[in-house]
Design a protein around this ligand. Structure first.
Ligand SMILES: [Zn+2]
Length: 299
């Protein structure tokens, strides 16, 4: 009897629209859809407050994509573990994280937000402690999700670049990634996308290793995996300006900063339209004016 009453209440609530649909179920229509990619809000680097981050959130709400993903450096915390030993600095990192979350939680009332770890979030040489701090606040450092028959993979690029501070974690990520790719071979995805903070490379796949790209050895390993597994694109940040490369069928897309640009590109986000066959993307400034056009890319 009680069970029947509860079932009736739930049914009535659904009919009345009183129970919101899970965010993942909010859009199921077929056809092209859009996601928004941001990078490097890096609160509070050269910013007195979170104004630009909140403006970014307002823009993404108005664009109403399926989801928003931020390619790392959510905060401007110390990118060396030693900086975290200073309690004054450590307290300021907590404030930066809180400012980021105040915006991302506001957006999550409208659509899902996915985070990627940057060197300012987990340091350039992540340790289990720094990874735990990040995961406690922002969610897993590496993970995947499916959306509209595509696979989206988030990797932690600092650990890929320098596993020495957390070798066990680095091994876990690599094994997890290879297993995921193996499993994905049996699924007929429209696209596979990877997101990581560091760009693979900026001008050439054979360029020298440096602060702004992936070291050559891991770059080659990853590029082989992306090619062998038919990835459509790899999205990154870290540069604070836009950069594009195409390696065979694979697009390497680096998005400028939504809050603190370091170059001629203004503050902005990238709108990516995804259809079964193609992706198309444009970088918009915070006033929603398209800055750079990209033609439709055939797979
Ligand atoms: Zn960075």
């Amino acid at each position: 009897m009680i069970k029947n009453i509860i079932q009736s209440i739930i049914l009535l609530s659904i009919i009345c629209g009183c129970i919101p649909k899970r965010l993942s179920e909010r859009k199921v229509a077929s056809g092209p859809y859009k996601i928004v990619v941001g990078a490097d809000p890096q609160l509070f680097m050269r910013q007195k407050n979170d104004l630009f981050w909140q403006q970014t959130i307002d823009l993404v709400i108005s664009l109403n994509p399926d989801f928003f993903i931020v390619c790392g450096d959510l905060t401007n915390a110390g990118n060396k573990a030693s900086r975290w030993e200073d309690p004054v600095r450590a307290a300021s990192y907590e404030k930066q994280a809180a400012a980021y979350l105040s915006g991302s939680k506001r957006l999550e009332k409208h659509l899902p937000v996915y985070n990627v770890a940057g060197n300012h979030d987990v340091t350039l040489r992540p340790t289990p402690e720094r990874l735990a701090w990040y995961e406690n606040k922002f969610g897993k450092a590496w993970y995947s999700f499916e959306h509209r028959n595509s696979l989206f993979i988030v990797l932690e690029s600092n650990l890929l670049r320098d596993p020495s501070g957390a070798p066990q974690k680095a091994k876990e990520q690599k094994e997890w990634f290879k297993k995921l790719l193996q499993k994905s071979k049996h699924k007929n995805y429209d696209h596979k996308f990877a997101f990581m903070h560091h760009p693979m490379c900026l001008k050439s796949v054979s360029e020298k290793s440096g602060y702004y790209n992936m070291p050559e050895k891991i770059r080659n390993e990853l590029l082989d995996l992306f090619h062998d597994n038919n990835f459509t694109a790899v999205f990154s940040g870290h540069l604070h300006k836009n950069n594009y490369m195409r390696v065979g069928k694979l697009e390497l897309i680096t998005t400028g900063s939504c809050c603190v640009p370091l170059g001629k590109d203004p503050k902005g986000v990238r709108i990516v339209e995804i259809s079964k066959e193609h992706i198309q993307h444009k970088y918009y400034n915070l006033e929603q004016k398209p800055i750079l056009d990209k033609p439709i890319q055939k797979k």
